[in-house]
Design a binder for this molecule. Structure first.
Ligand SMILES: [Zn+2]
Length: 297
């Protein structure tokens, strides 16, 4: 039986499984760094210095106690020095990052777009966990993300190929035949940013006029400007749709569990935008194809 070799096997001469294992290990190490970002960025502390320490007793964490996932399990979720509990968020972020890096390796393949995709996934993980804990999406992450998104939009068509951006197969890119690919890609990025961030901003404005309450933080808008620029308008729409769907589902569950029916749910929407964005990034075109085949005649 002839099986087609993957790009990873062709490039490295190693079986695919090595790529998957390496993706998970690399992801869990990146996740360990994201834990530092999630803990320190909202507190406006340096993410480089000092080295990680126990938040309770301040004892520096030794290298052998800083192995992603494993150290937390071995130490039973407690600090070695003071035995105070260490949040399960630490191994959870490490595991989630490992898992999403594996999915990215699977979906994107061993292509130049993979590192860009991993950066986006890592930024989204830190934003989601910061929003969950502090209800903010810090500018120090969302602004660089926006810059990064437009660099990706400009560099990839110029150096590699435009086929990493699915929106360029559709309107309005199809009207721009004959234009340099980086211009088409840049226009696609701007449109994606407007659909991703601009639509959220419009919804927030409309809601504020109608109900007089602030529904959408500007952090959500800034985050989706950057994400939308990479995703393009199609996948941005899908990301927001998935986020609204997941948010409504979980919001209803929370309200159902709540005794007090006046409950004004304060749900950090950035979590759902993150879930929607990662899903659209990795599975978006498949989901759109499935939706069209299933629901449209
Ligand atoms: Zn301690």
């Amino acid at each position: 039986m002839l099986t087609e070799l993957s790009q990873f096997e062709v490039t490295t001469g190693l079986p695919d499984i090595v790529g998957y294992v390496f993706s998970f290990l690399f992801g869990s190490v990146v996740g360990s760094f994201l834990n530092v970002v999630i803990h320190r960025v909202p507190r406006e502390a340096s993410i480089v210095f000092p080295n990680s320490a126990c938040p309770k007793c301040g004892v520096a964490i030794r290298a052998y106690d800083n192995i992603p996932i494993l150290s937390w399990l071995i130490l039973g979720g407690k600090c070695r020095a003071c035995k105070s509990p260490i949040s399960a968020r630490y191994p959870a972020v490490e595991f989630l990052t490992g898992l999403l890096f594996v999915l990215a390796f699977w979906r994107i393949g061993f292509t130049p777009f993979l590192p860009a995709c991993l950066v986006l996934v890592a930024a989204l993980i830190s934003l989601m966990f910061i929003d969950a804990e502090h209800m903010i999406l810090p500018n120090v992450i969302t602004y660089p993300l926006l810059v990064f998104a437009f660099i990706v939009r400009l560099v990839f068509p110029a150096i590699f190929s435009t086929h990493y951006f699915s929106d360029l197969n559709y309107w309005p890119a199809t009207l721009m035949l004959g234009q340099p690919s980086w211009i088409v890609s840049l226009v696609g990025g701007i449109l994606g940013a407007l659909v991703g961030g601009g639509s959220l901003w419009l919804i927030g404005e409309a809601w504020q006029r109608l109900r007089g309450v602030e529904a959408m933080g500007l952090g959500d808008v800034k985050m989706m400007f950057g994400v939308g620029a990479v995703l393009g308008w199609r996948l941005s729409l899908l990301a927001i749709f998935l986020a609204a769907f997941a948010g409504a589902l979980i919001g209803m569950l929370l309200i159902a569990r709540q005794k007090d029916k006046d409950f004004q749910a304060q749900i950090p929407f950035g979590i759902f935008l993150g879930i929607g964005s990662v899903t659209a990034l990795l599975f978006g075109e498949q989901i759109i194809r499935w939706y069209i085949q299933t629901f449209l005649p």
